[in-house]
Design a protein around this ligand. Structure first.
Ligand code: HH2
Length: 276
């Protein structure tokens, strides 16, 4: 269970985390939720479909994406966050690597911090999470979004990602974050080839063995398109379903997805089989 300001996020069952990108350029839903009214409507729909948490972000981290200045990130994020907060009661995570944005987002009612840099890009982020007593998602990435897909290399991707997450969880705890407020994420697609992503899903149990809940984000990602012969993002639903089911089978407790209703069915069946 994750304790949040909007109540507990129970992880006895797999939690569906709905994606809301307040960006003009996200790889699959760019531009759709920049408008606060539309974002709020999408948020309410995702909760009705079974989302246990919503992840709101204003900086695309797709391969090659340039960093967004804090002013711009704030300008996009806060109106959307305010509208989403007014529309739903489930916990909201804010997808950012900047402590200044975290502080503002928490004031607008965000509950959880989702940092794709695991506290490496802004040294003030983990101490702020500790001070505010909010859970944090620590994600693995090799390089930065600009460089990460140029030539990702590992001797043993699963062992290296697990070691990295153990080290970052240690850093979070050293900064004062409670052990039960940490979630880890292998960072599917962040500095990884198709083979790296598949290996991480196949051996996700090693990441789960760190003892923290595992979040996995596979939804519509590039490796699914590549495995299916350059399939566009709009046609990756069933590929996403396969990856979600296998992630759940190997211990994922939170899955970050665009199609909440469809992936709720996938997660429910997968976890029933796992629990049999
Ligand atoms: N993936 C994306 C963004 N944030 N956060 C976590 N914890 N795990 C992920 O796998 C993850 C993430 C990328 O996907 P998306 O938000 O759909 O696109 P974009 O980065 O282009 O906004």
């Amino acid at each position: 269970m994750l304790r949040t300001r909007s109540g507990p996020l129970v992880l006895d069952r797999v939690a569906l985390v709905g994606i809301l990108n307040a960006t003009p350029d996200s790889f699959s839903d760019g531009g759709r939720h920049l408008d606060p009214g539309r974002a709020a409507a999408a948020a309410a729909e995702m909760v009705a479909e079974g989302a246990a948490m919503l992840d709101v972000g204003a900086e695309s981290t797709r391969p090659g994406a340039p960093p967004v200045p804090a002013d711009e990130e704030r300008r996009r994020l806060l109106p959307v966050l305010r509208a989403v907060r007014a529309a739903v009661r489930v916990p909201i995570s804010v997808d950012t690597s900047k402590a200044t944005i975290v502080r503002l987002a928490l004031e607008e009612g965000a509950d959880v911090v989702n940092d794709v840099s695991a506290g490496r890009f802004d040294p003030a982020l983990l101490p702020l999470c500790a001070e505010q007593g909010v859970p944090v998602v620590l994600m693995h990435m090799q390089g930065t979004p600009v460089t990460m897909q140029l030539d990702p290399r590992y001797a043993d991707v699963v062992a290296e990602v697990a070691a990295f997450l153990a080290e970052r969880a240690g850093a979070a705890r050293a900064a004062g974050v409670a052990a039960d407020a940490i979630v880890v994420d292998p960072g599917i697609g962040f500095g990884k080839t198709v083979a790296h992503n598949c290996a991480l899903l196949a051996r996700l149990d090693l990441v789960a063995s760190l003892g923290y809940p595992v979040l996995v984000g596979v939804s519509r990602k590039g490796f699914i398109g590549q495995l299916l012969g350059e399939r566009p993002t709009s046609e990756r639903l069933l590929g996403t379903a396969a990856a979600v089911a296998l992630a759940v089978a190997k211990g994922a407790r939170l899955v970050r997805v665009h199609e909440v209703g469809a992936m709720r069915d996938v997660a429910r069946v997968a976890e029933a089989v796992v629990g049999a």
